[in-house]
Write a protein that binds this ligand. Structure first.
Ligand code: PDD
Length: 266
């Protein structure tokens, strides 16, 4: 599990994180990652709903209620005396039995410099098996992590066999041309909570956002590119391979401000 902090929660019970938890190898693992801000879970209801949605698509009837989800999270935050960080909620399903874990995990929040100057990305030909389900897919994760490390990237941008831009290995991807924003249709990717919030922010700001398949060969036609996700929030991409992008693109910077305000007001 690799839990951070002194305590984790297993089936609503607070236990010491040093106690060994065994997960049968054949288990189906569905998960969520939530962000803790000021000792509270950001967009808690949305994350619970997605856990339920992922379970349903995987054929599992989730046996934890939203009330239990919230109270387990709160108990974990208080026991670890944590103000900021990421919590992983892992649903382990094996032989008809489900166990739900809550535990703090190391996060990869970008630095102030990353937000200012943008990060590096590169395309990786790879597809998640069931893109709409937040399910642990060890092989793909390992392949992406190796690629990210070897090339010094923040994340890899997954591209399918038709050369279409999908999403990051742990983020969603948006492309901007002038005042128009583009992202891959929800049927091809994880419907990120941040992605949803960003689309709502764009609507509020009066910018158009299109869910459209984009050919990775046409990347040079875009002014700006950014990742969205629980950890990075909205993170400008400076480079994809040899292509550079404008990290100071005005509509993107406006969106970043609007999103930070949304989080601050939550
Ligand atoms: N990753 N796409 C994929 C494949 C993801 O794994 C994630 C999240 C996202 C962004 O979703 P959200 O905005 O809800 O975080 C998109 C989590 C955080 C992770 O694996 O750590």
């Amino acid at each position: 599990l690799d839990p951070q902090g002194a305590f984790l929660i297993q089936d609503h019970q607070l236990i010491s994180a040093s106690e060994e938890t065994k997960i049968p190898a054949e288990s189906l693992l569905i998960y969520e990652v939530v962000r803790i801000v000021d000792a509270a879970c950001l967009f808690c209801q949305e994350h619970f709903n997605r856990l339920k949605f992922s379970s349903k698509l995987a054929g599992i009837q989730l046996n934890i209620s939203e009330r239990e989800f919230r109270s387990d999270l709160q108990q974990l935050i208080e026991a670890n005396n944590c103000q900021e960080g990421n919590v992983k909620i892992l649903l382990q399903y094996h032989n008809g039995t489900q166990v739900v874990y809550f535990y703090f995990i190391p996060h990869s929040y970008p630095s102030a410099d990353d937000y200012k100057h943008g990060v590096k990305a590169a395309f990786l030909k790879a597809e998640r098996l069931e893109p709409q389900v937040k399910i642990v897919q060890e092989n793909l994760r390992n392949k992406a992590n190796q690629f990210i490390q070897e090339n010094g990237l923040y994340d890899a941008i997954l591209v399918n066999s038709l050369n279409q831009v999908l999403e990051g290995s742990r983020t969603n991807v948006f492309l901007v041309r002038g005042k128009e924003f583009y992202t891959s249709p929800a049927k091809h990717v994880l419907s990120g909570i941040t992605r949803e919030k960003v689309m709502a922010c764009l609507h509020e700001l009066g910018y158009s956002c299109f869910e459209k398949e984009i050919d990775c060969e046409s990347i040079a036609d875009f002014d700006a590119v950014f990742f969205t996700g629980t950890s990075p929030k909205i993170l400008p991409v400076a480079k994809i391979g040899k292509h550079s992008f404008n990290v100071d693109h005005k509509p993107l910077r406006e969106l970043m401000l609007a999103y930070d305000e949304l989080v601050a007001a939550y």
